[in-house]
Design a protein. Structure first.
Length: 557
């Protein structure tokens, strides 16, 4: 019997379009030979697999694997992939095989074996790495491949690709073999016997075991700052902001694992680094800039998929990535951000209800567009609600629609924001839902429109603010759209060069980083003002925003 440490073990990973061969097929297959006594993975390869006729890749699977339709041109036929896999172990009759979640992959491999070698026995003698890890590390919040690999010190991308999973499984295999040896499980046969034994009752975990000691996060300062979660190999996992580092970071680790927001990430945290800043507002700015620069894998919600900003025409019907004489409304986050206003203007002016106008008006994709009859009934309901606001639409469509959208945003700003986050995609349309979606889409688009104007003003400005409950005010110097200087300042601070004439402002050009930087600043200024702090904005040497104007502007952006 050969020791586990000296045994060549086949590592296999499948990515599929469904949960079993009855509901899906293999999309990608990867493999390699690992030996616990060496760091290298030999013969590693992975291939996209050609789909059977009439099969497609679900959108969610495309998203998590990064699959694109053009990959089909380089895909292997399933029988060819099977033959290559068999050759990797010289067509062994019972090759020792380790698969992270074997029950899943084995169903597809057995299906292939029955189809391509119906007269032969199943050629893989497989163990489940997840089952091994569950017994070795029962107190970990997660034993998924990414969590387990990160806990042991290996980085695995968020995209589910077979080659990366093979490499991660090989790393985990080497680590668990060392742990098994300490438990005197040193041969393949002993491992199989150990796994066949009845598993001990899983402990009732009230405090999950994390790689990091609780003393580390409990000793952080009770002060504003930005924190960074690191793996044991020093890879960055996550960046966060805090009004109190001690309270915020501790909150990640308190309570049962099932109650945590990101147990997979927390399983991997071995170290915490932080930077102190003078206020929660400046922590938010530093957090945003750090995420943009370093792109931590678990900050995906704050990492924009759109790499640029856009500028719209005055009628909101078209957008371009740079401003000019025609495209003067911006910056906006998407080329479609203001289309609901354009659609509403066209429909209010008497344009025919085309599918494109209907989808833009309700703010959903073409896949969810309400049919003409239901939309017409919803439009009639909308006119009944807002007949006065839309009465002049045929004469002054832009003015009337903007006034209506402004009223809608002011009447229910929090509701609009909550529904935007929820991404409400209706399963079916009715007139009331059509009217509500038109109202919501118009309010959201108007907020983007007003924010664009506000960010242009903020591009070169000075801001004085005082956090709620703080005795010290701070001054921020914004130049070319970014924070160039921050310092303590008296609350009554004002620019000293008021005699210098104000030059006509040209439309500023933004990139995505600048847009997000000022968007985060705007959100923080709104928070400070809302919670009872102080905010003053000096937009130029002779243009300080009045408190009344500023209060109104912050409500709309």
């Amino acid at each position: 019997m050969r020791a586990l440490a000296d045994l060549d073990v086949l590592i296999v990973d499948c990515q599929t379009t469904g949960a079993s061969p009855a509901f899906g097929c293999v999309l990608e297959l990867g493999w390699g030979l690992a030996r616990a006594s060496r760091a290298e993975l030999s013969g590693a390869e992975a291939h996209w697999i050609a789909l059977p006729e009439g099969r497609s890749v679900p959108r969610q699977v495309q998203k998590i694997t990064g699959y694109e339709p053009e990959f089909a041109a380089q895909a292997l036929a399933d029988n060819e992939a099977w033959e290559r896999l068999r050759q990797a172990v010289q067509r062994a009759s019972a090759a020792p095989t380790a698969i992270h979640y074997a029950r899943f992959e084995l169903a597809f491999l057995r299906d292939w074996s029955a189809r391509f070698e119906p007269q032969a026995a199943f050629p893989f003698d497989a163990v489940c790495v997840h089952a091994i890890a569950t017994r070795l590390y029962p107190e970990l919040p997660r034993q998924s491949l990414r969590a387990l690999a990160g806990y042991l010190g290996h980085s695995l991308d968020l995209a589910r690709r077979s080659l990366g999973h093979v490499e991660a499984t090989a790393f985990v295999w080497r680590s668990v073999c060392a742990e098994l040896a300490r438990r005197e499980v040193v041969t393949w046969e002993q491992l199989q016997a150990w796994l066949s034994e009845r598993a001990p009752a899983k402990p009732r975990v009230t405090k999950p075991r994390y790689p990091i000691a609780s003393d580390r996060y409990k000793s952080l300062p009770d002060a504003p700052g930005v924190y960074r979660f690191l793996r044991s190999n020093r890879d960055l996992l996550y960046v966060g902001k805090a009004a109190s580092l001690k309270k915020r970071v501790s909150s990640h680790f308190v309570g049962r694992a099932s109650k945590q927001l990101a147990p997979e990430m927390l399983t991997q945290v071995s170290e915490i680094e932080f930077d102190l800043v003078p206020s929660a507002l400046e922590a938010a700015l530093l957090e945003n800039d750090t995420i943009k620069a370093l792109r931590p894998p678990y900050n995906v919600q704050l990492t924009s998929q759109e790499s640029r900003v856009w500028y719209s025409t005055g009628d909101f019907a078209a957008a371009a990535p740079a401003p000019d004489s025609a495209y003067r409304v911006g910056p906006i986050p998407s080329q479609y951000s203001l289309r609901p206003l354009s659609a509403l203007m066209a429909l209010a002016s008497g344009a025919a209800s085309t599918p494109q106008l209907r989808s833009q008006a309700v703010g959903v994709s073409d896949l969810w567009t309400p049919d003409a009859a239901v939309f017409a009934a919803g439009w009639a309901e909308l006119l009944g609600r807002h007949s006065q606001a839309l009465s002049l639409a045929q004469l002054r469509p832009r003015h009337s629609v903007l006034q209506l959208a402004r009223q809608l945003l002011l009447s229910a700003p929090s509701k609009a924001a909550e529904e935007a986050e929820a991404g409400d995609k209706p399963e079916g349309w009715d007139p009331e839902r059509v009217a509500r979606h038109i109202e919501r889409a118009a309010a959201q688009a108007y907020q983007v429109y007003r924010r664009a104007r506000w960010l242009q003003l903020l591009h070169d400005s000075d801001i004085v603010y005082r956090e709620p409950g703080s005795a010290q005010s701070r001054r921020l110097r914004i130049r070319n759209g970014v924070l160039s200087e921050a310092s303590d300042a008296p609350q009554e601070w004002a620019p000293s060069d008021r005699a210098r004439p104000v030059q006509p402002r040209a439309l500023e050009t933004f990139d995505r980083a600048k847009y997000d930087h000022l968007r985060v600043l705007t959100s923080e200024l709104k928070r400070v003002a809302r919670d009872g702090g102080y905010v003053a904005v000096h937009l130029g040497p002779r243009a300080s925003a009045s408190p009344r104007w500023l209060s109104s502007a912050l409500r709309l952006v």
